[in-house]
Structure formats: C-alpha cells, structure tokens
Design a protein around this ligand. Structure first.
Ligand SMILES: [Zn+2]
Length: 401
C-alpha cells in the first residue's frame, strides 16, 4: 500500500461513461474529453479534463473510452466437467431441457474442492480480463447438503455475491420424491448453506420447481436471512415473474417468455424502492437457439433491465458481457447505450448494489479502459477484444493502460 500513489488521475478520456445523468449527457451520463481521479479505491472526482484537480500520478487514456466495470449478476462457475459435446449435439438439432444440469452435478460431486476452486478462479480471471469487476456466483451443481455447502465455500473465496441455488433441479436421488427434496433444500441444506451466502435462488420452471415449491424455497431462505432472486420464464411462460415480484426478489432472470401481465408486473415493480429487475441472459438464448426476450417491450413499459452472462457449462459457456451487449443490441431491440447501462448499472440494481455500476464520486473505482473512442464500439465491434485495462477498487487488475 505504501508505494501506491494516493491520487491517480486518468486523463485524456475521449468518452467517460459515468452512468450518472447528473454528471454528463443522457442516461449513461457521458462526458466527452474527460478525466477521472481515483483515491483510496474510490472515484474521487469525474468531469471535463480541463477542470481536473491535481493528482500524485497520471495515467494516459490517450483518447480512449472509460466505463464502469461490468456487473455480471448471474453465473454458475463452481462446477467440474465438460459439456461441449452436448452443445454440439444441441446445435445438430437436439432440444435443451433443464435436466442436462444433472451431467454437471455428477462431475462436480466427483471433483475435489481444490479443482472446483481452481476452475472458478480461472473463470473469474477470464471474466475480469473482459471487463467484469463484480460477478455473482451460484451453487447448484452439488444438490446434497455437503456438496452445496462446499460449492458455496468455494464461491465465497472468489466473490462477495454468493447465491444458494440448492433448488436448481431436483437431485437425482429424489427423482421419485420431489417434495422430499424441497424439504431438504428448505431444511438441513439451507441451515448448512445460509452462512456462506447472501442470496437464495430457485429455478421456477417446468422440469425444475413448480410455483408452490419455489415459493417455499424463497420463503425459507428469506426467513433464514437471505435475499431472494429467481430463475424464471426461460423455457416457456410460467409463474416465475409473478412469484419474483410477489416475494420482492431483487431480480427475475431469463424472462425469455413473458405475458403482457408479466411485463406490466415488472414495470410496476421497477417503481418500488426495492425493485425487481428483469435480468436478460442473451448468451443462453444464443447457445440454446431459443427466441430472444423482448427487451424493447420491457424498457418501453418502464421495467428495469439488466444483462448478465449466466456463465455455466450447459446452456451458455460465455463469460463475456461485451458479447451479451452485442447480442442484446443486434437481436433484442436494445440501443447500444441501453445495453451498456444494463450490463453495468442494471447489474448493480439486480444485486442491490449502489457502490458499483457507476463512476460518480464515492463509487468503487471499478473501471475498464477500452481500445476504442466510445462505448458504442462494444456492440459495433462484436467479438473483438476491446478491453485494454481493468481496475478494481482502484488497483490495476488486468491489462495495461
Ligand atoms: Zn442461471
């Protein structure tokens, strides 16, 4: 710490995305010819470079873009095994179903804790190199008390945003007794897992958990001090959105199949002080050849929309939020600005975080320098590695400026 300069000025930023409309133009609070000062891991100042204060050190952005680090509010990176052949089969015409998760469950149970941690760390590093500075991580490939607890202990070593997803699918041992599995998840498994987690999640979908079981899982989690979030409306219309709004979940994720009532409920929920965010996962729909969610309808209705990766070995093995932004713009009716906001500030809302997802004074200094003059390039140049450098808590953690 002693030889780290106290205040660092990032200077000559062609476009600074602050996500603070009070600081700059439009919803993303864009400032042209900008500068930003980092001090003690936080943003101390952001504004036009001609008014930048003095600092102890200077980083030259050289006419490039700086934006908040991506906040990826949905991933499943504690796992073992390889499902590339299943992906290839699916691309050859076989349908995706929720049950494919069991393949990963078997491999994850067989793996050592060290292997799980190494894989998770590798994926966190991979995401970070692509501009992700906050990453939520779920359990859900253990499905026994011991294996779920172990997955959460691993998750807690790589992130603060840890989610208990014992209710991912019914464990294979309980195929003939799904209610018995819900009893386990809401009883001994929750007791063992809650100390490691901030969130409780449930896959509310045909083939996974029905509305009543899902409500039990969320209610039990909340009673144990966890905050609810929901997987819903991925494979068809269903009760996921309704249940998420009813339980005041921070987010309902997927939202591929929504009724007009669902869209309306999410628009209403966006006006609460504790909103339920609609988190869209374009990589999943891409990798499973599902239709894309109608982001335009959600945004026009007034719903809050986040974009996340859902990085997992089965339905979507991307850790790239830049890719998700590009797909959301190309195929989901989002403007580039809306997509960038959704992958940063939107993700922060979906995790009920006010310290990340924006670059106003006081925010965590989690930021990305792009090899591009502005943030529109994320959608304009799909598949191109544009991330030049990433800072987390004011420390350079990937690349070089
Ligand atoms: Zn998921």
């Amino acid at each position: 710490m002693t030889d780290t300069p106290r205040a660092v000025l990032i200077d000559d930023i062609a476009t600074l995305v602050t996500n603070d409309p009070g600081l700059g133009r439009g919803a993303v609070g864009e400032i042209a010819d900008a500068a930003l000062v980092i001090e003690d891991g936080r943003v101390a100042w952001a504004g036009p470079r001609t008014r930048a204060p003095e600092a102890d050190a200077r980083v030259d952005a050289a006419g490039r873009c700086v934006l908040p680090g991506f906040v990826d509010s949905h991933s499943h990176i504690v796992f073992a095994g390889d499902r590339s052949r299943e992906f290839a089969a699916r691309m050859s015409g076989q349908p995706y179903s929720a049950g494919g998760i069991r393949t990963t469950v078997a491999a994850t149970r067989d793996a050592s804790e060290a292997e799980l941690l190494e894989n998770a760390r590798r994926l966190v590093g991979e995401a970070r190199a692509q501009g992700t500075t906050t990453l939520e991580v779920k359990s859900g490939y253990g499905l026994t008390v011991a294996d779920e607890e172990r997955a959460l202990a691993v998750a807690a070593r790589v992130t603060d945003e840890v989610t208990f997803l014992g209710a991912h699918v019914v464990a294979p041992e309980y195929t003939d007794d799904p209610q018995g599995y819900v009893d386990l998840v809401t009883g001994p498994m929750l007791e063992a897992c809650a100390p490691h987690a901030r969130w409780v999640d449930v896959f509310c979908e045909r083939g996974a958990f029905d509305e009543e079981s899902s409500r039990r899982v969320l209610t039990a989690g909340v009673e144990r001090g966890l905050l609810p979030r929901v997987h819903g409306n991925q494979l068809g219309e269903g009760p996921g959105v309704r249940l998420a709004v009813e339980t005041r979940a921070a987010s309902v994720d997927h939202c591929t199949y929504l009724t007009a009532e669902d869209v309306d409920a999410l628009a209403q929920a966006a006006r609460r002080p504790d909103p339920t965010v609609a988190t869209l996962l374009p990589g999943v729909d891409f990798s499973t050849r599902q239709p894309y969610p109608d982001a335009r309808a959600l945004i026009d209705a007034g719903a809050l929309v986040a974009l996340a990766s859902d990085c997992n070995p089965g339905s979507c093995f991307t850790s790239s939020l830049a890719f998700c932004v590009a797909v959301a713009v190309r195929d989901m009716g989002m403007t580039p600005e809306e997509a960038v906001w959704a992958a940063t500030a939107g993700g922060a809302r979906a995790l009920r975080r006010t310290d990340v997802g924006h670059l106003g004074p006081g925010a965590r200094a989690d930021l990305t320098l792009l090899s591009a003059p502005n943030h529109l390039y994320l959608a304009y140049r799909p598949g191109v590695p544009l991330v030049a450098a990433v800072w987390k808590d004011g420390e350079l953690v990937s690349g070089r400026p």
